[in-house]
Design a protein around this ligand. Structure first.
Ligand code: SAH
Length: 222
């Protein structure tokens, strides 16, 4: 496990100030960013830049989202301690830890098997026991653990996946970037009934694509 020292803590509080200037207001979300050591989630080579407001490559062609994006999606989710939340796109695990810091029970799905194993090991070592990592295709959600109070998608979708909408409780919130492969609008969906929802648009973002199916280790090697 890497060390978290005063220098890292200082860099984190500067990052928090930057996020406040960019419009993040939720005190609990800012406290989470101020506490979770983002440099644990990056390759050693990038650790130096962990507290700049940028996305980075994390292997398997995937990225760790920009801190502003993580803060914004988390703020939009209005996390409560009693919430059961589903995240699609575990990636580095950073977003998962920010959510878990807020006290919810979190299920997170990753389709890249190599990344799933790497991140599961890291989250275990960090003792985030209220996070349950799942390997699979996020388009299917998790029938086993549904329904969820909230669902967060951290990959760019072309539309709102109907299975995920089904697995959201009535009154629940889904935060999902919807658009094409180059850019997406951040939508917040509030489920009103089994067939209707209210939609809010929270601006332009850019994510790696929400892909169907899984990418297993065997397929990655050969
Ligand atoms: N939340 C992550 C962001 C990772 S980038 C973090 O904090 O680091 C998006 C992730 O979504 C990638 O790891 C990608 O492999 C994953 N992904 C894309 N489509 C998926 C799908 N259908 N099911 C599960 N994960 C998916």
């Amino acid at each position: 496990m890497r060390k978290d020292n005063h220098r890292h803590q200082g860099l984190r509080s500067q990052l928090v100030q930057e996020l406040i200037v960019k419009g993040i207001q939720d005190e609990d979300v800012l406290a989470a960013i101020n506490t979770v050591p983002r440099h644990f989630f990056l390759d050693e080579a990038f650790a130096e830049w962990a507290y700049t407001d940028k996305a980075f490559q994390i292997g398997s062609g995937q990225t760790i989202s920009q801190p502003y994006t993580v803060a914004k999606q988390t703020e939009l989710l209005e996390v409560k301690k009693s919430d059961k939340i589903l995240e699609i796109g575990t990636g580095s695990g950073y977003q998962a830890c920010i959510l878990a810091y807020l006290g919810c029970k979190l299920y997170t799905i990753e389709r890249q098997e190599e990344l799933f194993h790497k991140t599961s090991a890291l989250l275990n070592a960090m003792k985030f026991h209220q996070i349950r990592t799942l390997f699979g295709d996020g388009y299917q959600g998790s029938e086993r653990f549904a329904p969820f109070d909230k669902i967060i998608i951290t990959a760019g979708a072309s539309s709102i996946p109907s299975i995920l909408f089904k697995q959201l409780k009535i009154g629940g919130i889904m935060v999902i970037p919807v658009g094409d492969t180059s850019s997406q609008r951040m939508l917040r969906i509030k489920k009103i009934s089994n067939t209707s929802y209210i939609e809010e648009d929270h601006g332009n973002f850019s994510f790696v694509p929400f892909l169907g199916g899984t990418n297993t280790l065997a397929a990655a090697r050969f």
